[in-house]
Design a protein around this ligand. Sequence first.
Ligand SMILES: C[S@@+](CC[C@H](N)C(=O)[O-])C[C@H]1O[C@@H](n2cnc3c(N)ncnc32)[C@H](O)[C@@H]1O
Length: 231
Amino acid sequence: MGVQGFEIARVHRTREQARRSYDRISRWYDLVEGSWEKKLRLGGLAMLAPLPGEQVLEPGFGTGHSLEAIAAAVGEEGRVFGIELSPRMLGLAQERLEREGLALRAELSLGDAASLPFRDSKVDAVFMSFTLELFDTPEIPRVLGECRRVLRPGGRVCVVALSKAGPPRLMERLYEWGHLKWPALLDCRPIYVGHSLREAAFKVRESRLSTIWGLPVETVLAFKQETSKGE
Ligand SMILES: C[S@@+](CC[C@H](N)C(=O)[O-])C[C@H]1O[C@@H](n2cnc3c(N)ncnc32)[C@H](O)[C@@H]1O
């Protein structure tokens, strides 16, 4: 999947390798990566704007910062569901929710975002930050298809991810080179976020392009249309 001939780098890593790698860095994740991603993650949450009473899903929730914000926003009547590959990340997120007195509003499970353990149309909204770009190119439509399946008609998804949108920049090329050379260390790589959502039959409502460390990041809000085919 590419746009105007700009190919997305492939990901050659098994689920087991990804799980081991995130288990290993879980304790340091907030220090090393969390700080520079935080502003964009918060921007994505503001774009999603979870409402009291809503049911929201976050695949790949990491140490659980966004789960905490979503649980606070949906209130006692709402729920946040999380799916995570790394048991240690799940443990840290669960501790965070318990510390903040929000655990009763959350249901966290170990699992794979490419195969969500939920019935169709279960949730009102899906949030995904710095996770979609971890999946290999053919898996991206599968993950978005799963998000779409579990969203109710009219439901929304907000994705924050490293992006290939816009002209390729030096930093992006260097980063992609690093991704190919050290796939375990630089496991994310830039993808086409808005384009991928449209290809997965979402209707894009809002899109913002930002940068971190010279790398483009797209934040996109998209909707599952009420009258989509097959519903
Ligand atoms: C780069 S971190 C981002 C964490 C969090 N979303 C944030 O913005 O801080 C990616 C997370 O996705 C999880 N992950 C990786 N592959 C996954 C999969 N196939 N299914 C569910 N979670 C996955 C990792 O364990 C990790 O916690």
